[in-house]
Design a binder for this molecule. Structure first.
Ligand SMILES: [Fe+2]
Ligand SMILES: [Fe+2]
Length: 129
């Protein structure tokens, strides 16, 4: 679970709101994973993928508008995690392996979000603001 109060914040309110929404989606995903509700899990991962796409395109459009010099590396980090999450959805559909989901979402994605906000979103927000 993500404690929203501990999520790092950036200097642009709209980006923080998107991050809080994403944390809510991930927290609901944990709940349905723990309930082992297969249909709800599939829907929630799909929702997360859609939200990530919106989240990342929003940030990328801000960066393009301001010709942010770190755009390419930031976008590459978005694409990497989006592809991993899409892969996890495909793997879940095929294998229905709850433990693999737990491993990815509890160990990797949470850490990624925290580190990405600190290392990339914070300096980006300060620049484009
Ligand atoms: Fe972000
Ligand atoms: Fe980002």
């Amino acid at each position: 679970m993500i404690d929203k109060n501990k999520l790092p914040t950036v200097s642009i309110k709209a980006i923080n709101e998107i991050h809080f929404e994403e944390a809510d989606i991930i927290n609901t995903l944990y709940e349905v994973i723990n309930e082992e509700d297969a249909d709800a899990i599939t829907k929630q991962i799909q929702l997360l993928v859609e939200h990530m796409q919106e989240h990342f395109s929003f940030e990328e459009s801000l960066m393009r508008d301001k010709s942010y010099p770190m755009y390419t590396i930031h976008q590459a980090d978005h694409n990497k995690v989006l592809n991993e999450t899409r892969y996890i959805l495909m793997d879940w559909r095929n294998a229905k392996d709850i433990d693999r989901l737990k491993e990815y979402f509890q160990e990797e994605l949470i850490t990624w979000l925290d580190q990405h906000i600190k290392a990339m979103d914070m300096p980006m927000a300060d620049f484009v603001k």
